[in-house]
Design a protein around this ligand. Sequence first.
Ligand code: GLV
Ligand code: MG
Length: 356
Amino acid sequence: MSDRVLRPRRSCLAVPGSSPRFLEKAQGLPADQVFLDLEDACAPLAKEDARRAIVKALTEGDWGGKIRVVRVNDWTTQWTYRDVVTVVEGAGQSLDCVMLPKVQDAHQVVALDLLLTQIETTMGFPVGRIGIEAQIENARGLVNVDAIAAASPRLETLIFGPADFMASIGMRSLVIGEQPPGYDADAFHYILMRILMAARAHDLQVIDGPYAQVRDVEGYRAVARRSAALGYDGKWVLHPDQIAAANEAYAPSQQDYDHAELILDAYDYYTSAAGGMKGAVMLGEEMIDEASRKMALVIAGQGRAAGLARITSFSPSEGVSLCSSVAPMRSSRPARCTSTGPERPSPSTTTTCSAC
Ligand code: GLV
Ligand code: MG
């Protein structure tokens, strides 16, 4: 189990390391994470200059609290060690994680961990601070994903790489991240779930990869909602227009967030001595117990991390309260705040609303 503190990664913006213009522009965009790319978005002849440009952008730029990641080339190329040495020696103190693409087995993660440790030691950086993000992009990586997820305490995320994955298994499509035509179910379901299970078994975050139809924000939104529903923490963003869609898809709605906080408060109260020490109680029309609390903790945590503010509160005598003008609402879905009036009134709870 990792004890790393993981920050929100709803939107993970790809930035070609060979483009000074994008390296500059990305700093002001509202993505949770940026990854400066030395791999596929960087032509072979441009990689050396890109390493230097990335070091400069990391050390001199203002990234405004975003998670700063550099994607190096994979271990089957000749570039990996120089990517890591140049970037980490030059900008290790301004770097949060190294992303390793096309990971096929645990040894590749261990090799990166060892190299990072040597560089951190040599440079006098705190050893172990820089994290690793591992991309699962082919059949071998997926088959070995449990061992990969357990390979290093530096690991923070597993990332699904649909483009390389689709190519590696021969999936018949040319649209990165979109369902292949001719298959009626979700062609990515097994892969997404397999990566998700390995990640969660080792307390890692799990990130969905790119959607290349950058002008089709609705298409992006639909794909993002699918992996968000499964439990993914975020998704790659290839274009600034996709950032807002990602930030929205991977955060709970206001309604779900308020509902989660309400469950936590109500359960806290009803299990206390003052609340009667009950293990399972009715909250409106819904039974809540310890398992409900765990589910609510996930949604509440995501909402807090996304900066959502509660618009309801719980008090044992009044049930749920929100805003100011009084209107009865069903307690189990307290955050629905509309001007069209009550939804399934319940005499035992009171909701009020100032926004309406
Ligand atoms: C990303 O690297 C992908 O292959 O989809
Ligand atoms: Mg790839």
